[in-house]
Design a protein around this ligand. Structure first.
Ligand code: ADP
Length: 625
């Protein structure tokens, strides 16, 4: 094998250009990233060796070493982990732009002022941060396993890199950084010690330091404490340590919103360290994105992103689970329906929901932030996790007719504020908050002091189907069926009033039914309206108009749903309609009025009028009268 020159994949070169020219102060994070990669490589070696003992023929003591050489101006970071073959080296560091790399470049394009070091870790392009401090980077690596050839990768971060054979006895990887003139401080032991303490103290393998280009002495103290954070008592772990571990785990540089540190004993024993991020990551909504927790069994990392440790609707939670009740050499597939895993999952789910419930009660502002970021995902649980449905119902929030624009209330708040004579929980599904707020359907309810929840997330269509009841109060869509509200007397009064009016409106209603027979399936007097002349409602079991539009948008066949037109007998416009009708049923003005009123009802629920041109024309003509 000879020396070969390769060109970086375009996206990677873009990342490199940014990194090389970055002027930001926190260049020090390169060390954290390289140590993190070294630690991952050892994790992988350990895990692969569970099924292939031959990988450990050199009987390694796992370790990471950092060697400074002031004469040569180089800093070396070595591990005895998995190493890379020539092919892997080429792919991992040159050709394969991870989804993260692309997202990174897009994020950079979208923002004017970006903090490159902040973004590097987040998008999984950590290795390239080496170029912030080094003018040249060498990677010398030997993959674990039989018949492997050591290889060297060299680049100055400008367009190309070379790969050639190298000499290396021990499996693993060494990164040699030729430091830039102004970055020599990273050759000082105290500086390296400070950075390891700050960013990498929890790394599970010893990190040792050697000076003058010499490997660290065998008896030298590791720079890091090495104890897994989740195994230490809570009181002894500082917030900074918890946060650094979170960054290591999630590549998210913001502090997490909430930490849950658990030690569970009983039928199944495990420890867990869980974090709720402050913001939704860029990949949270992507299909097939990785999620789940890292699983350790007796100190060995079995794997990351174990999705079976949490239900899907908690996929935003990051963290680690450590249990000695699981066998070491099992595959992911086997864990899928393992009884111990199921117990851990159910216990974790309960703890997370409890913790969210506490946050909602004790730190409402924080909970609001959480809910804005992840509420949409949490709500999926209402559909899939019946066991926890009571807890989940208490955690969801909606905007409502009585809350200010942009605010939300919980179901508990809603029920507490219900007037004596309100017996059901009212909701309206709409495409957005503004449309919901303008709905004429709210009028009569508002007059009685009844609040209405607005279900405006696309997922709320499904949420509504799972709600059923809360604290023995039924959920009622205000745009469906014959709405009944208030106590019995209230209902009786309304009924009588409607009956009286119905008689005098009977002929007009028959006339309208006939006129609009293509568009509505029924016409009747309304008990929900106050200030508006008319509205459209649906049958008890019909699809909501928002759902109907959504299904059409997804190219699904939806039979045309005819709605019910309700008229407000007390509205002057309807009164006028009646007068026109009684004077002369063939009057063109009567028809024009009717078309306008029907059009308005469509507009008020966010739909379009059938023939906008004609609608405008009638309006203009009326204005001229
Ligand atoms: P990330 O670590 O987030 O995947 P990086 O850019 O830091 O992204 O690294 C790219 C890939 O290079 C890693 O996923 C890994 O496969 C490989 N790699 C980096 N450092 C090492 C190392 N010390 N030992 C083995 N493989 C490594």
């Amino acid at each position: 094998m000879a020396r070969k020159k390769h060109t970086f994949k375009a996206e990677i070169q873009q990342v490199l250009d940014l990194v090389v020219h970055s002027l930001y102060s926190k260049k020090e994070i390169f060390l954290r990233e390289l140590i993190s990669n070294a630690s991952d490589a050892i994790d992988r070696a350990q895990y692969s060796a569970l099924t292939d003992k031959s990988l450990l023929s050199d009987d390694p003591d796992w370790e990471i070493t950092i060697v400074a050489d002031k004469k040569e101006n180089t800093l070396m970071i070595s591990d005895n982990g998995m190493g890379m073959s020539e092919d892997e080296l080429d792919k991992n560091l040159g050709i394969i732009a991870s989804s993260g790399t692309k997202a990174f470049v897009n994020a950079l394009k979208a923002e004017k002022e970006v903090d490159v070091p902040e973004l590097i870790g987040q998008f999984g392009v950590g290795f390239y941060s080496a170029f912030m401090v080094a003018e040249q980077v060498e990677v010398i690596t030997l993959r674990r396993g039989k018949n492997q050839q050591a290889v060297k990768w060299v680049s100055e971060g400008t367009g190309s890199y070379t790969i050639e054979p190298a000499a290396r006895e021990v499996p693993g990887t060494t990164i040699v950084l030729k430091l830039r003139e102004d970055q020599k401080e990273y050759l000082d032991q105290w500086k390296i010690r400070e950075l390891v303490k700050k960013y990498s103290d929890f790394i599970a393998y010893p990190i040792r330091f050697g000076e003058d280009g010499e490997p660290p002495k065998d008896d030298s103290e590791p720079l890091n404490a090495m104890t897994a954070l989740w195994k230490r008592p809570k009181e002894e772990v500082s917030e900074q340590e918890y946060n650094e571990f979170y960054t290591h785990l999630s590549h998210d540089h913001q502090s997490p919103l909430k930490l849950i540190h658990l030690s569970v004993e009983g039928v199944v024993e495990f420890r867990a360290l869980l974090y709720i991020p402050a913001q939704a990551g860029f990949d949270l909504m992507l299909p097939n994105q990785k999620h789940g927790l890292n699983l350790y069994v007796r100190n060995v990392l079995i794997g990351s992103d174990f999705e079976m440790l949490l239900p899907d609707y908690l996929r935003f939670v990051k963290g680690v689970v450590d249990s000695s009740d699981l066998p070491l050499n099992v595959s992911r597939e086997m864990l899928q329906d393992d009884a111990v895993v199921r117990k851990i999952r159910s216990s974790l789910t309960g703890k997370i929901l409890n913790s969210l419930t506490e946050m909602m009660r004790d730190e409402p502002e924080k909970y609001r932030n959480f809910y804005v970021a992840f509420g949409r995902i949490l709500k999926e649980g209402l559909h899939s996790d019946w066991e926890n449905s009571d807890k989940l119902k208490k955690l969801i929030m909606f905007p409502s007719a009585k809350t200010e624009q942009g605010y939300m209330i919980s179901l508990t708040d809603y029920v507490q504020a219900m007037p004596q004579n309100q017996s059901e929980i009212y909701y309206l599904i709409a495409e957005d908050e503004k449309t919901a707020r303008q709905s004429p359907l709210l009028e009569m309810l508002a007059e009685r002091g009844f609040d209405v929840l607005f279900l405006i997330d696309p997922i709320d269509q499904w949420v509504a189907q799972s709600l059923n009841e809360f604290e023995n109060k039924k959920f009622t869509a205000i745009d469906k069926g014959e709405l009944q509200f208030g106590d019995e007397k209230d209902q009786q009064d309304l009924k009588e009033k409607l009956q009286q009016s119905s008689e005098s409106f009977k002929e007009l209603i028959d006339y309208i039914k006939n006129k609009l027979s293509d568009d509505v399936k029924e016409v009747r007097l309304s008990s929900r309206l106050k200030g508006s002349p008319a509205c459209l409602v649906a049958d008890e079991n019909a699809l909501s108009p928002a759902m109907e539009r959504m299904m059409r948008a997804m190219n699904q066949e939806v039979p045309r749903q005819l709605r019910i037109l309700e008229l407000n007998a007390e509205h002057p416009l309807i009164g006028k309609l009646k007068k026109l009708f009684e004077a002369d049923p063939s009057d063109q003005l009567l028809n024009d009025y009717l078309e306008l009123i029907f059009g308005q009802s469509l507009l008020s629920e966010g739909a379009a009028v059938k023939d906008p041109q004609r609608f405008n024309q009638i309006l203009s003509e009326l204005m001229l009268k």
